[in-house]
Write a protein that binds this ligand. Sequence first.
Ligand code: AKG
Length: 274
Amino acid sequence: MSKFNIAICQMNVTDSKRKNLENARKMVCEAVKEKKADIIVLPEMFNCPYDTKVMSEYAEEYDGETSQVLAALAKELDVYIIGGSIPEKSENKLYNTSLIFDNEGAIIGRHRKVHLFDVDIENGIRFKESDVLCPGNEVTVVETKYCKIGVAICFDIRFPELMRSMVLSGAEIIVVPGAFNMITGPAHWDALIKVRAIDNQVYFIAASPARNEKANYIAYGHSAIVNPWGEFIAWAEEREQIICSEIDLKYIEKVRNELPLLKNRRESVYSINS
Ligand SMILES: O=C(O)CCC(=O)C(=O)O
């Protein structure tokens, strides 16, 4: 199957976990019914506000309520779900975690955000995820019936080594649920998505929550899907909406053959492990 559809549900996230889960369910159903999506991606922290003060209150151990909702939905609709991210509790630690389900509802991967968002930008934004979260330590690439998919979370997008590691493990699509903000979003979001797609010759799927002006942390929105040539093939505005695009695995092969970047790497000159 070299062609299939991926959708992003750019959902509005509120402080009610119940409403967020209901909304995720409604939008995933719509993505399947209206857009014929085969793989659906949710945004970072889709079941709770993106606020370090409340993450522990919303956190769940695997396999908690959110995981059960997503697994049941994937099975019922016969689709893959890349469950954005949620605060995950494990052995008294908290992680920012993406749970990934196949079309039978089985969990096939779990990415714990590797690079925590700790920044202090003058007259801009101060955020310190490491106040409450622990980093994950693994590169995540899941095997699906379509192809291998790399999954990372938000700030992880800024680390090209992580993305390259995924591609060297066979990823042909990279999915990044991410809640950029009103400072770094306009400055860097589109450019990062585009360049990561170009330098890794992958379809790049970046899934933001909708912009909610009432939230403490205002997400940028503008979810997007970029092809391996670096073209935006689907994009959202700020509001709640679903975007969807066809993925053509043969096109990845074509771009990689015509412009052979991955083949021409000079590993003897540089090493991403150094
Ligand atoms: O890298 C950025 O500018 C935003 C990152 C972020 O919001 C996050 O990691 O959740």
